[in-house]
Design a protein around this ligand. Structure first.
Ligand code: SER
Length: 314
């Protein structure tokens, strides 16, 4: 990983991944691409190119122009948006992925793309969900993610492309808000706690989902990409997570710092159904064994950091 092209570089993960990789590998060695430019650090502090991931030719052209050795494909629609636009989600999520995999195959690039807890479904074991288990998701996003996991494995076995990936849980960060995901409530709640001292959750109490703080997610990406390939039995879709909570537990944690904070509920049936189809908590032991995955933040340390950083930002 010496020269990296990132798609979706101004998105929820990409915007922070770009900055971190530039610090590690040099500013000019990380090429940020996205469908539109925003006035952000990731866009302004190093090479940036407009790229619609559906445009295979431009993806290839940019990868050649910058002579990259790695492609990190982050551009995708999240679960709730994909549910409202399933055909577009299929075209973008699968079309973009195929273009990125083909670019990696033709140019012999190392490849990363994230999967998600969304790749599991209602008949997946809900607690301590194993690495290898039943995956019959009931959402378009989940169908895309399962197909993506399998395609990435296929490109490794069939063509020898060095594909790697993780299944991320809900990611929480104070930098770039997510958009159109089911786990977004766990980010919004911090903003609202600081701004208004209350939050109305579209996810019901008692709904447990896996979550992770962004610094741990970025470390996971870098550590997996730098892992000794001979140790990797799985290559893609490693289960990773740091914590599992429901809205009540998250609210109680915030209340420790903002005593007047209150949570209310106005459940969105679409996103609730998606959340109900996902695991309560997944098992990360395979990622720990094969490449040393470990998360540093738990609910309490993440909440301290989120509130401190967001107060400064807002
Ligand atoms: N955070 C994502 C979503 O909710 C999960 O991959 O869609």
């Amino acid at each position: 990983m010496k020269k990296i092209l990132i798609t979706g570089a101004l998105g929820q993960i990409g915007s922070e991944l770009t900055v971190k990789l530039r610090e590690m590998y040099g500013q000019d060695n990380v090429i940020a691409t996205d469908i539109r430019k925003t006035d952000t650090e990731a866009a302004n502090n190093g090479p940036f190119e407009l790229l619609d991931v559906m445009d295979a030719n431009k993806m290839m052209e940019l990868s050649k122009k910058y002579n990259v050795d790695t492609i990190m494909h982050m551009a995708a629609l999240l679960s709730a948006t994909a549910e409202s636009k399933p055909v577009f989600a299929w075209n973008l999520n699968m079309g973009g992925l195929m273009n990125a995999l083909e670019t990696a195959r033709e140019l012999n690039l190392q490849f990363f793309t994230p999967s998600s807890i969304g790749a599991f479904g209602p008949n997946t074991p809900k607690d301590n969900t194993p690495q290898d288990t039943i995956q019959r998701p009931t959402t378009m996003y989940g169908v895309n993610k399962v197909a993506g996991e399998m395609l990435a494995d296929y490109y490794y076995h069939r063509f020898g492309v060095d594909t790697r990936g993780v299944r991320f849980p809900g990611l929480i960060s104070y930098v770039t808000p997510p958009g159109g995901g089911t786990t977004d409530y766990a980010v919004e709640i911090y903003y609202e706690a600081i701004k208004n001292g209350k939050y109305t959750s579209y996810i019901d109490k008692g709904t447990y989902m896996d979550m992770m703080y962004m610094p741990d997610a970025l470390d996971a990406i870098v550590n997996l990409m730098e892992a000794d390939p001979s140790k990797l039995i799985h290559r893609n879709a490693f289960n990773v997570t740091a914590m599992s909570f429901d809205p009540e537990e998250l609210a109680a944690e915030i209340k420790k710092h903002i005593p007047g904070f209150e949570i209310a509920y106005d459940v969105d049936p679409v996103r609730q159904a998606i959340a109900d189809s996902w695991p309560n908590s997944i098992d990360t032991s395979v990622a720990a064994e094969e490449w040393g995955f470990k998360a540093n933040y738990d609910l309490s340390s993440m909440t301290v950091d989120m509130l401190e950083k967001l107060k400064a930002k807002l």
